[in-house]
Design a binder for this molecule. Structure first.
Ligand SMILES: Nc1nc2c(c(=O)[nH]1)N[C@H]1C(S)=C(S)[C@@H](COP(=O)(O)OP(=O)(O)OC[C@H]3O[C@@H](n4cnc5c(=O)[nH]c(N)nc54)[C@H](O)[C@@H]3O)O[C@H]1N2
Ligand SMILES: Nc1nc2c(c(=O)[nH]1)N[C@H]1C(S)=C(S)[C@@H](COP(=O)(O)OP(=O)(O)OC[C@H]3O[C@@H](n4cnc5c(=O)[nH]c(N)nc54)[C@H](O)[C@@H]3O)O[C@H]1N2
Ligand code: SF4
Ligand SMILES: [Mo]
Length: 778
């Protein structure tokens, strides 16, 4: 494994925090930003982030309030860090690549690679070379085009997209891939909310959430399940605070007592800066890992029984009859779930579940929000289907204050899908492309992330282009993925910053540096803007404000358009050059291909942009039957052999996905180290392990291949019994490529069976001292 550098012996542990986002959070943001760039650039980014004619935050996909309701500072600590990590004044130049061989770079940590700054010009690694060297844009794109044209089949190429990519470039990339002849468009969503999409498409007919910010504010009861908003969607806490102010309640369901779920201090308000903040969760369910299916099955059983006792008062019979199918089969099955199974799977008491149920009964309007704690389990799809059953049973879909809310990760991950970046776009979309552009897109499905790795590993895929992400570190089974990438004829990445995907490369490799969200984008003398779609289907513009990091950068739109031209040539129906010169022409095409984007250019020009209506809110369910579908989901829970734990691989507060900014996770009380594994003290006792002991994490999977992540410090922590938590991407090496969620094929990053193997070397003196973690409490 490459790039291990993290001094575990510096580890300092303090008790986990019970609140999130106060004044210290703002200071932390400024500290990181000013370490990267000048006060002037910091001020420029922060004044513009999430403002109506400003820069869309390159962080998460949480939406902004309507333009008139925005604060002067409509961003969070982490948003400020993300944008200034991009706006950094540091630069990676050709001298840097002359000084450092690829092997040397591969030995550096993910942190170090990111800290070198912005990429400045295209670079190539030629076959057999030890170093990257400069290359001109025309030659670089010609080389890539030449390799693509030389393949026996277009299906030997992969086009990976991550959710930072804007709509215009995403639309052009999928257009290019399909015109070239393949649907091989794996994306980060394959590893993220794919289970949400699978479950919701089947049951509701659309893979997107149905609620708006206003719905959250006016809901009676919001569930936050398997999600850590304090770190990953910080402004969601302002929305939940508003829910509470309006008299609504919040129930948090998590394997960890995450700080943001407990108490919130609003950074933009005096009372948030001084006081103790707002308690967020009215009830916290400290659930066992993977127990959420059982929890929602139990709630559904209770709903049915309550309806038996008081017919006509609990279920929404008329909604069920009018809008759904499969209720009888669902109900018959839901009644069979056993309390014994539920209590085992959830680790909760019957009283706790009864208490949530009382809240459900007294709530007219209910929303369920969720993220990776549900999607990245083997049974992620049935779990989300059961959430949908729960909401449908009381008609909590399609009316104000109620609905499904999968909280998206990357700022434009939802938009990229809307633009057609998916290996399985429906035929209607392909037909619309054909009508608009006059070629027939391939009909057979392409490869997703996991199948793409398999194809590269087996030599069936030979050319890899990644746009906007870090494929090598984001994917499971790092050792296998690295072999797969190294086996490619060519790997190329359109990136803003250096990362592991540039050091683990094919025979030929290209680094294609690009403008970031914050950079001003001028084409043909005219300033351009791009568009994004947030988690609640609001589409709006983003305008870069900073002078570009280097004069040799091209925009993502330009790179894709030029590559397409070099590969396919200009044709009257595919005017790549026009697309590059005027992004408005791309939006015109989108308006004719993608439903809901009619009159795109005019509507996106309004402050705040426009909302893509979700048909379920008009009572239309685009399923084959035209109705929402109740499902029967067999009870299941993770099986963890004696002496093992179920490991979840998650994010710290100081990281953006594969990139970490500092070895800290302030809210969880972890400082100066990342190679830590959080385990319940009772599990440590049962396993005969001590707090702060040094262990290897060893993956247990039936293929016999040993997967080991070395040198982690155990930290006694209030993780739910039987589970463990450690940071990604260091632990991706443990996630077997074949360990995926049923149906969605999403890697099971939250359900990895491991054993903790003590490292025999003597524990350094003093390592066990200092601030043993206290179980969570006030
Ligand atoms: N600062 C920052 N923000 C980010 C990101 C980042 O890396 N850094 N990444 C972005 C992206 S791409 C995404 S997808 C989102 C991810 O947002 P999250 O899903 O919040 O991210 P994770 O850190 O993976 O945390 C998973 C949460 O689920 C809980 N959990 C794990 N297993 C279970 C379970 O079985 N049941 C329940 N009920 N809970 C469980 C964990 O304890 C944790 O609180 O964040 C986005 N925002
Ligand atoms: N074990 C484990 N694995 C996981 C997860 C997990 O919870 N556990 N989570 C999964 C999830 S939810 C996701 S979304 C994926 C994330 O996977 P990715 O999206 O692939 O990873 P990122 O770390 O976001 O990518 C960072 C890189 O993006 C590039 N970049 C940043 N901004 C821009 C830009 O504006 N343009 C371009 N072209 N490039 C840019 C930079 O070069 C940077 O190094 O990881 C997945 N992998
Ligand atoms: S909540 Fe998300 S989108 Fe909003 S400022 Fe923070 S990181 Fe950016
Ligand atoms: Mo994600």
């Amino acid at each position: 494994m490459s790039g291990i550098e993290d001094p575990v012996d510096d580890l300092r542990v303090t008790p986990p925090k019970t609140w999130a986002t106060g004044l210290p959070a703002v200071t932390h943001a400024l500290e990181y930003s000013l370490g990267q760039t000048s006060p002037r650039r910091t001020a420029l980014t922060l004044l513009n982030i999430n403002q109506p004619r400003g820069i869309d935050c390159p962080g998460c996909a949480w939406p902004e309030p309507a333009p008139g309701k925005r604060h002067m500072n409509e961003y969070c600590e982490n948003g400020a860090k993300h944008i200034n990590d991009e706006a950094t004044s540091r630069r990676v130049t050709r001298d840097f690549f002359r000084e450092h061989s690829i092997a040397e770079l591969d030995g550096m940590s993910d942190y170090w690679l990111n800290q070198q700054g912005r990429l400045t010009e295209p670079m190539v690694k030629r076959p057999g070379a030890t170093h990257y060297e400069p290359i001109g844009w025309d030659e670089a794109l010609g080389l890539l085009a030449g390799e693509l044209k030389a393949l026996d089949s277009p299906d030997e190429a992969l086009f990976y997209v991550s959710g930072r990519l804007n709509n215009e470039a995403a639309f052009l990339l999928q257009l290019f891939a399909r015109a070239y002849g393949t649907n091989n468009l794996p994306d980060c969503s394959n590893m993220c909310h794919e289970s949400s999409g699978s479950a919701m498409s089947e049951t509701l007919g659309i893979g997107k959430g149905s609620v708006s910010l206003d719905d959250i504010h006016h809901s009676d009861l919001v569930f936050v399940v398997g999600q850590n908003p304090g770190t990953n969607h910080p402004r969601m806490l302002s929305a939940l605070e508003e829910t509470k102010r309006n008299g609504g309640q919040v129930v948090a369901v998590n394997t960890l007592p995450e700080a943001g779920l407990m108490r919130f201090k609003h950074p933009q308000k005096a009372r948030g800066i001084i006081g103790r903040g707002t308690p967020i969760a009215d009830q916290f369910l400290h659930i066992r890992a993977g127990g959420d299916l059982a929890l929602f099955q139990a709630l559904n059983r209770l709903l049915l029984e309550a309806e038996d006792t008081a017919p006509g008062t609990v279920l929404d019979r008329s909604f069920i009859e009018r809008n759904t199918t499969g209720f009888a089969e669902f109900a018959a099955h839901a009644r069979t779930v056993s309390w014994e199974d539920v209590l085992t799977a959830t680790g909760l008491s019957r009283e706790e579940i009864q208490e949530v149920f009382e809240r459900v009964l007294s709530s007219e309007r209910i929303i369920v929000c969720w993220a990776m704690g549900l999607t990245q389990h083997k049974h992620g799809v049935p779990t989300i289907r059961e959430v949908v059953n729960f909401l449908l049973a009381r008609g909590n879909i399609g009316r104000p204050g109620a609905g499904v809310c999968p909280v998206r990760g990357h700022s434009n991950v939802q938009g990229d899908r809307t633009m057609g970046v998916w290996e399985r776009m429906p035929q209607e979309f392909l037909d619309a492309l054909e009508r608009e552009f006059g070629f027939t897109p391939p009909a057979h499905h392409g490869l997703d992330a996991v199948n793409g790795i398999r194809a590269m590993h087996e030599g069936r895929a030979k050319v890899f282009l990644g746009v906007a992400g870090n494929f090598v570190r984001a994917t499971p089974d790092s050792a296998v993925t690295e072999e797969a990438m190294r086996g490619c004829r060519l790997t190329a990445h359109v990136s803003t910053k250096l990362n592991r995907s540039h050091t683990v490369c094919g025979e030929t490799a290209l680094i294609l540096p690009t403008l970031g969200r914050s950079d001003r984008d001028v084409q043909g003398g005219v300033e351009q803007f791009v568009t994004v779609e947030d988690s609640m289907s609001d589409v709006h513009a983003s305008r870069g404000k900073l002078p570009p990091a280097s004069a040799d950068l091209l925009s993502e739109v330009a790179i894709v358009a030029r590559l397409a031209r070099a590969t396919l040539g200009d044709a009257p129906d595919l005017p790549w050059e026009d697309f590059e010169n005027d992004y408005g022409t791309v939006r015109d095409r989108i308006s004719r291909v993608v439903p809901g984007f009619e009159d795109f250019n005019a509507r996106v020009d309004r402050p705040g942009g426009f909302h893509l209506p979700n048909p379920v809110n008009e009572g239309v369910f685009p399923t084959p039957s035209g109705k929402a579908v109740f499902t029967r989901n067999a009870f299941t829970m993770p099986h963890v052999p004696e002496g093992h734990l179920l490991l979840q691989t998650l994010r710290s507060h100081d990281q953006w996905n594969t990139v970490w900014y500092a070895p800290n996770d302030r809210y969880r009380g972890i400082h100066d180290a990342r190679r830590v594994v959080l385990v319940n003290p009772a599990d440590l006792d049962a396993l005969g392990l001590a707090d702060r002991e040094l262990v290897d994490l060893v993956g247990v999977w039936h293929d016999g291949r040993e997967r080991r992540a070395e040198g982690f410090r155990v930290v006694a922590y209030p993780a739910s019994r039987g589970s463990a938590a450690a940071y990604y991407p260091e632990t991706n090496v443990l996630v077997p490529l074949d360990s995926v969620a049923d149906i969605s094929n999403c890697p099971t990053s939250k359900g990895v069976v491991v054993r903790l193997e003590p490292v025999r070397a003597p524990v350094p003196e003093g390592a066990a001292a200092g601030g043993r973690s206290e179980p969570w409490g006030e």
